[in-house]
Design a protein around this ligand. Structure first.
Ligand code: KIV
Length: 269
């Protein structure tokens, strides 16, 4: 009889970085896909607020609510045995530490093992507040989609010396506040590699080049589905080479672990 798979734990994230083992993350929103991702080499399943765009058909992540993420977290967690389930705090759920604690508690009670929140600045206090209350936190810097109105669109962040210095300082501050992992979205590869070397916690890149400690893609993007939005440069369709959903997930996991993905074509200089 096969032993039950051992679930991925938060301390294992830091161990992976220390051992140079790349982390494989994909978004998941329902039990059917979660089961396939979990069984085919994905370390972390992200119940991302990207569900607002790829599941609900909205133009941004801003309409997503805590109740939406709780519902999808429960769906994903019900079919996940090995991967760590990471759930997003949606727009304004982290506006104050107290609101964030309520939302994060609901997400952990729905089956998440960690929550993700965007930004630094006043969010550092919220990260500390959650971590002190036994809630593992993942940060998210660079192109933070909840800031789309301020950014004026979905644009590469951290270009130019001042912006790069700011991003590096924010990454250090997020790690010092107690985050156990950091997503870097749409930043030049060289800057993401510099941040990765400067902090002890693993970085997970999306459009951040091969120098990160792991990678994440939105599931619909890596399966080549038309999201109704412009396809970003960092997206690669793995369904062609994989031949099936399970094959695509295995191909992606292998490419991330070997360092073959992302290559230059799928990164920003
Ligand atoms: O919501 C999401 O899917 C995300 C990823 C793009 C990192 O935050």
């Amino acid at each position: 009889m096969n032993a039950a798979p051992k679930p991925m734990t938060v301390p294992e994230l830091a161990e992976a970085k220390q051992n140079g083992r790349k982390l494989v993350m994909l978004t998941a929103y329902d039990a059917g896909f979660a089961r396939t991702l979990d069984a085919n080499g994905t370390d972390i399943l992200l119940v991302g607020d990207s569900l607002g765009m790829v599941v609900q058909g909205a133009d941004s992540t801003l309409p997503v609510t805590v109740a939406d993420i709780v519902y999808h977290t429960r769906c994903v967690a019900s079919a996940t045995h090995r991967a760590l389930v990471l759930s997003d705090l949606p727009f304004q759920a982290d506006a104050t530490p107290e609101r964030a604690l309520d939302a994060a508690t609901a997400l952990l009670q729905a089956g998440a093992g960690m929550v993700k929140l965007e930004g630094a600045g006043h969010k550092l206090q919220t990260i500390r507040f959650l971590v002190e209350r036994e809630i593992p936190v993942c940060g998210h810097l660079g192109l933070t989609p909840q800031s789309v109105l301020r950014f004026g669109g979905y644009k590469v962040q951290g270009r130019g010396e001042a912006a790069a210095d700011r991003l590096l300082a924010d990454a250090r501050a997020v790690a010092e506040a107690g985050a156990a992992m950091l997503v870097l979205e749409c930043v030049p590869s060289s800057l993401a590699a510099e941040i990765t070397a400067a902090i002890d916690i693993p970085t997970i890149g999306i459009g951040a080049g091969p120098g990160c400690d792991g990678q994440v893609l939105v599931l619909h993007d890596m399966l080549g589905l038309d999201s109704g939005h412009r396809r970003p440069r960092f997206v690669k369709d793995f369904l062609g080479e994989g031949g099936s959903v399970a094959g695509a997930v295995r191909a992606y996991a292998e490419a991330v672990r070997s360092g073959a993905f992302p290559d230059e074509e799928h990164s920003y200089a």
